[in-house]
Design a protein around this ligand. Structure first.
Ligand code: ZN
Ligand code: ZN
Ligand code: FE
Length: 758
């Protein structure tokens, strides 16, 4: 058996079935999965195999079962045999999952010997990926190796009828990991009988506690305490980027956010992602959260407890901020010593434990479009489940992009997407990246023969790949083509398709910055058949951080005046305005960009929504958040063939936002509110995308449209485009497994490299 069959109770499951059917033989783990030999009545053997396939254990994903006849050995009894190492293909490792129903019942049962024990688990639940050093998955290959099971735990572990039969992280208060609390380097844990109660008291009193979870540390405080939340922002130097919150149960979640059935289901799933759900604003709901939790956002990131420790910490009715425990822009902290060094300044106390986290794994983030999951960050609970490919690939490592970095390690038909690593902009993240690559290569025994990286000459991921290659080929692929290819890989679609690849920044084949791209292509190549009209990005990063500069740049390109009545112009200091005009006129220290993300920034600034951002994507997210739900007006966009305004020779269609910008200015002059302006911009862009797709279909005969890039995290845009194209009889492919943002890029890179090197 191959698939997710290790660490999910598969061997005990086979043992039980075989024993019940009176068969003899054995079952064990090896590098390929699970192997078994069943001996006895052939009808009974077939029945057992059929049962294995039809109803495997809850956490298992069977990929394939291969069976062949062997000579009877006349063995008696059925046993679980030692794991065999093998150099074979990939073994799957289960993601980390929250406690199962049985374990949760025991956790809160005063009569149970694991009553309130924060590390309760069984073969059906608990940590996996983050504690596993190597495969086959067995206790000595996990960070549980240093804990010797007590007699009672060992008896459960050895008893085929027990739920903890061969549960590798099995533990109890007698023999397993323990929790303690530290403050100012003073390990007061041994003096405090109940560290969980102590941490709860600190949070109740307005304090901030660093909590060691499954994949790393969180910083926690009471989300209803404005002072505590603001203090956490100040200490973390995280000005506005939204915090996620944790609540104990769905009832508490429903008291702060509106949940569809699909959202409730994903929220309560054992993967336990953060779900971006609409915050309640109705008068009857006095949600009482600090406005500093998610400033400017209509949606709130909510999750349910993801480990027994979290179940003990957060009680029904409470709302806790749970944000990654790290220094801004550095990877999430996972080790106790690192926490003592780094988090002591941020937290009033550290709630620690002595079960080591081998690899860090941040929380996952999803939003729902109707009943479909749209991944925003695919990490804990999802990684490292593979994406099943529609083609075979040689062992390959694709290193992803720059922001929201993930990598993809693949061989055969399995593409293992890494957990979220962070933004590749400092040495700490690079080190975490290297460690994560090493870990996945060890787990899955994949030794890449080819590396794949972005075309961008200054991406740290690309220079990492060139250094790590050591003689192996490094295939460089274009960013927006990789976005489209990531959707194709998910859907096992070979193309050709019409692809809309809208994001913030990506390096184009012409040396300019792309980001509003219309491509026609497949996994072997693409043609840029259209793009947003390029505007200057004066001063590069300065214009990313200050959307008012992008607004002025777009006005300049469109030949529209910088009138003081426009919020964007008013927000620009006079000196900067003069310097900007000089830059735009001379092209000094300025590159051209067709970025759609920057157009969202420009419109957010023009409408007075956001002039300066403190995190990536902020202006666009705030613009989406204020869209007036009942407004269905739409700004016009031009679709020009051939040359752009500056006369540069271009092929294909140029999306000209000039009429839309005029519309914004006219609405501003007429006193129309930002919510209506935001709505008209979204609807106008959606109609333009649909119109372009129709034109390209007429020219090419292609009826399948792919949407990718971070801009398609925008639900309003994505849903309207999808609806319009579907109404026209076109097929829309969008992301369901990996994020549309650069966190999904590596999958597309992998697919492109495979088809390039064929
Ligand atoms: Zn369990
Ligand atoms: Zn024990
Ligand atoms: Fe991108």
């Amino acid at each position: 058996m191959t698939g997710v069959v290790q660490g999910v109770g598969f061997r005990p499951f086979v043992h039980r079935l075989a024993t019940a059917a009176g068969l003899s033989g054995f079952v064990g783990n090896d590098g390929d999965g699970v192997f078994a030999e069943l001996e006895g009545d052939p009808v009974a053997v077939d029945a057992v195999v059929a049962r294995i396939v039809a109803s495997p254990p809850p956490l298992a994903h069977i990929d394939a079962v291969t069976a062949h006849a062997v000579e009877p050995t006349g063995s008696a009894g059925f046993e679980i045999v030692a794991s065999r190492a093998s150099s074979g293909a990939a073994t799957f490792v289960s993601p980390d999952l929250d406690v199962c129903e049985d374990c949760r019942r025991e956790l809160f049962d005063p009569a149970d010997r694991r009553f309130r024990y924060p590390f309760i688990n069984c073969t059906n639940c608990g940590p996996r990926f983050t504690i596993t050093l190597a495969t086959p998955y067995d206790r000595p290959a996990t960070t549980m190796a240093r804990f010797t099971m007590c007699q009672r735990c060992q008896a459960e572990y050895d008893d085929p009828t027990d739920r903890r039969f061969h549960a590798q992280p099995n533990a109890c208060p007698e023999c397993g990991p323990r929790v303690w609390i530290e403050s100012d380097g003073d390990q007061v844990g041994d003096r405090i009988a109940d560290p969980v109660a102590a941490a709860r008291a600190l949070v109740a009193g307005g304090g901030i506690v660093a909590v060691k979870g499954v994949g790393g540390f969180h910083l926690a405080c009471n989300a209803r305490n404005d002072e505590a939340v603001s203090e956490l922002r100040a200490r973390k130097n995280r000005i506005e980027k939204p915090f996620a919150v944790m609540v104990a149960d769905l009832a508490t979640a429903r008291s702060i956010v509106l949940l569809s059935d699909a959202e409730s289901e994903v929220l309560a799933s054992r993967r336990r992602p953060i779900v971006l759900a609409e915050a309640r604003t109705d008068v009857s709901a006095d949600i009482g959260l600090s406005p500093a939790v998610a400033p400017g956002m209509k949606r709130l990131g909510v999750m349910l407890p993801s480990s027994p420790l979290h179940h003990l910490l957060v009680e029904p009715g409470e709302v806790w901020v749970m944000t990654s425990g790290n220094i801004s822009a550095e990877p999430i902290v996972k080790d106790n010593d690192e926490a003592r060094r780094v988090l002591t300044h941020l937290a009033d106390a550290l709630l620690l434990h002595d079960r080591d986290i081998h690899v860090p794994c941040d929380d996952s983030v999803v939003r729902l479009l109707g009943a479909e999951e749209l991944p925003v960050r695919r990490s804990r609970g999802y990684a490292p489940l593979p994406v099943r490919l529609g083609f075979d690939t040689p062992p390959t490592l694709a290193v992803g992009g720059e922001l929201k970095a993930t990598f993809c390690l693949a061989a055969g038909r399995d593409a293992f997407m890494s957990q979220h690593i962070g933004d590749m902009e400092n040495l700490e993240t690079l080190a975490a990246f290297t460690a994560a690559v090493d870990h996945m290569q060890t787990l899955f025994r994949i030794h890449p023969e080819v590396l794949v990286a972005d075309l961008h000459p200054r991406y740290l991921s690309a220079s990492w790949a060139e250094r790590a290659a050591d003689g192996r080929p490094v295939v460089r692929v274009q960013h927006h083509h990789a976005h489209i290819a990531s959707v194709l890989a998910e859907h096992r679609h070979a193309g050709p398709v019409i692809g809309f690849s809208f994001d913030g920044t990506g390096y184009g084949t012409d040396g300019t910055i792309w980001g509003g791209e219309v491509l026609v292509g497949d996994l072997t190549g693409f043609e840029r058949v259209g793009h947003l009209a390029a505007a200057a990005l004066p001063g590069g990063d300065a214009s990313v951080r200050r959307p008012y500069r992008m607004a002025l740049s777009h006005l300049y390109r469109a030949g529209l005046p910088w009138s003081d009545a426009i919020p964007a112009v008013a927000a620009t200091p006079a000196v900067e305005r003069a310097a900007l005009r000089h830059q735009l006129e001379t092209g000094l220290n300025s590159v051209d960009t067709s970025s759609m993300g920057r157009l969202f920034d420009a419109v957010a600034s023009l409408a007075g929504v956001r002039q300066v951002v403190s995190y990536e994507g902020q202006a666009a997210m705030e613009l989406e958040a204020i869209v007036a739900p009942d407004e269905d007006g739409a700004y016009a966009f031009g679709i020009a063939d051939g040359a752009v305004a500056d006369g540069a020779a271009m092929t294909g269609s140029v999306i000209d936002p000039t009429p839309a910008l005029r519309g914004v200015l006219a609405d501003l002059a007429a006193g129309v509110g930002p919510g209506v302006i935001a709505a008209r911009f979204h609807h106008g862009l959606a109609r333009t995308v649909a119109e372009l797709a129709r034109r390209i279909r007429r020219e090419t005969g292609l009826g399948t449209v792919v949407l990718s890039g971070g801009v398609f995290q925008n639900a309003i845009l994505t849903e309207e485009v999808t609806g319009r194209l579907a109404a026209d009889g076109m097929t829309v492919l969008r992301h369901r497994i990996v994020p549309p943002n650069d966190g999904g890029l590596a999958l597309g890179q992998l697919a492109l490299a495979r088809h390039r090197t064929k």
